[in-house]
Design a protein around this ligand. Sequence first.
Ligand code: 3EB
Length: 333
Amino acid sequence: MTLQHTAWRAPGTPGTVLGGVAIGELSTMPGADWPLQRLRAPLLCAGAAVLHEVWHTDGPVASGHSDGIHWRRADDVLWGVIELPEETCAATDDTSPLRAASQLVYERVFKLMRAQGTPHLWRVWNYLADINGESHGLERYRQFNQGRYTAFVQAQRDTGGQVPAACAIGVAAGPLSVAFLAGTSPLVPLENPRQVSAWNYPAQYGPRAPTFSRAALACPRGQEVLFVSGTASIVGHETWHAGDVAAQCEETVRNIEGMVREANRVARSGRPFSLEGLSHRVYVRHASDANAVQRALAPLLGGAPVVCVQADICRADLLVEIESQAIHPMPSA
Ligand code: 3EB
């Protein structure tokens, strides 16, 4: 099978679809008969109200609904999407609804992965409402981290090291929304020498550290995919350039560059990964910063495809976050 990442402006595409995401701010988001994540956030630099990004495959697919997860399986890859309104999750004395919802979502994902024989979680896209809001005495992003961490522990999975690439992003409203790619083969997790591993963040960032790798290489049959996780202006474990969106863009790109370098030390697909060869999704906290972000990034990303979305970042002092990916063919044996 092959996996392609393409963007287009209207639903409907040739080939077989594994799954995808619709990004935009329509009151009624488009539907699909394949698992589609809805990222309910304003597009900042597209000529359309809704943009689709779709993973294609050229082989046969199996689909299903399990525990609220809409999934599709093609050969050695599983794509799934789950939306869970946290209101449906009961709070207890020490568990907020969001924390409970986060744990439940990941428990369901791990259960499906076991059933499908795709035990390796490659990449996760997490979207939650009001990510910087506080309730139950804790910022909501930190509640999400608690629930995610607990699910990893209970599934007897690594909570540092062999963990997926990911992003965790805030939207105005809506259910907790998680999309994931899992596979039959292990990923190669990558860490950034400029940054403390997120799973090692000190307790000042919350009682449980985030469970993600800075980047990962995954190998669906015949291909090598580089997933660079959501990346921000963090050096060591600290936010740099608070209040300066252009400088945050530059620091973020330095971090992505670092990950591209790490990837090329271990990549097996031959042709090196490069900043210009990645496709990027940029989350901008303030829509009014969109032009400044585009001006800062244009000379750095060398004309690579960029999609800009207005969304909240998981630290209140971060103004921008960028995630990137590229798919390379493996040289045939
Ligand atoms: C950071 O570097 C920024 O919790 O899954 C980036 C990517 C971030 C993933 C996650 C969070 C996550 O800490 C935030």
